[in-house]
Design a protein. Structure first.
Length: 308
């Protein structure tokens, strides 16, 4: 076979795959790569009268001003700690749900429970914020009106007490995403050869031992890969969760301010494009470094489980 005919054969085989991947590649190009051209805004003092390109170049002044404020520490701490909690508790809860779902022998109940678990993920944050408000409203909320008041416990003004919100936000996020996150683990468990469990059963292994000795070890590569992907987004927070659910209450900024909400407020309220761009660039660079570090650690521990 000539080189030209060989190339033509390879092209015919790969062209359908490229066409299949084209919409996704186009999406990433438009939404993730082309906007990177605007990174230079983080190094400029944007003046609308001059335009973005003709505005004065200020180097690292936007970063210097950003890190001089207490907001830099607050938003970094909150973003990292919240996402770390989401990754750890979300992974544990998703695996637990997947294991419990895999033990359901009745297929009708299994499908019904799967639908119920995925449903919260389909609720928008705007709707969810009002559901939370219905529970936590200081005047007529369900918690104050139907639980605390009948028990004689002092009522709480939830939207002015920041100490409660780290627990509330983690609980809300887990309720919304754990069921959806369990789908991947459930699909993997469903693909495990049942003869392995049968052999373990013959050897006298109970259900807990089967989970500990078979299911979890086989799930390890999936857990590591999904964990690495989550670490890549550890500096990205769910804007709706931290902005809309707390109703943008200023009294809660110490526990609800993240990088995404800071960028939005800097852009919409202070109108400082340069500083918001600097915060966004800081978010991306540190997130990239964390992915590289986590992947290097996994690669040293087990090369087969690393992303690259």
């Amino acid at each position: 076979m000539t080189a030209g005919r060989k190339k033509s054969t390879v092209l015919k085989k790969t062209l359908p795959l490229f066409l299949l991947a084209a919409p996704g590649l186009l999406y990433f190009l438009i939404n993730n790569y082309i906007p990177m051209i605007g990174l230079f805004i983080a190094f400029k003092d944007v003046d609308y009268t001059k335009g973005i390109f003709r505005s004065d170049w200020v180097g690292f002044d936007n970063f210097h001003f950003l890190f001089q404020t207490s907001d830099a520490w607050i938003m970094t701490r909150n973003t990292l700690l919240y996402n770390a909690a989401f990754i750890v508790f979300g992974t544990i809860l998703s695996i637990l749900i997947a294991i419990l779902m895999s033990e359901l022998l009745n297929k009708v109940y299994s499908k019904l429970y799967q639908s119920g678990l995925v449903l919260p993920n389909l609720i928008s944050m705007v709707v969810l914020s009002y559901l939370v408000f219905a529970f936590l409203n200081a005047d007529s909320g369900f918690v104050n009106h139907s639980i605390l008041r009948p028990l004689g416990i002092p009522e709480i003004n939830w939207y002015s007490e920041p100490d409660y919100w780290p627990y509330l936000l983690v609980l809300i996020q887990l309720w919304k995403t754990a069921g959806y996150g369990s789908i991947v683990y459930f699909a993997f468990i469903a693909g495990i050869d049942k003869s392995i469990y049968e052999a373990a059963k013959i050897d006298g292994a109970g259900k807990m031992k089967q989970i500990g000795m078979i299911t979890l070890p086989l799930l390890k590569p999936t857990i590591v890969i999904l964990g690495l992907m989550s670490i890549g987004r550890i500096f990205n927070s769910d804007f709706g969760l931290f902005y809309q659910v707390p109703m943008n209450a200023g009294a809660l900024y110490s526990t609800t301010q993240t990088i995404d909400t800071y960028v939005y407020r800097a852009l919409m309220q202070v109108n400082d494009i340069g500083m918001s761009a600097a915060a966004g660039l800081y978010q991306s660079v540190v997130g990239f470094m964390l992915v590289m570090l986590a992947n290097a650690i996994v690669k040293k521990w087990n090369k087969d489980n690393a992303l690259f």
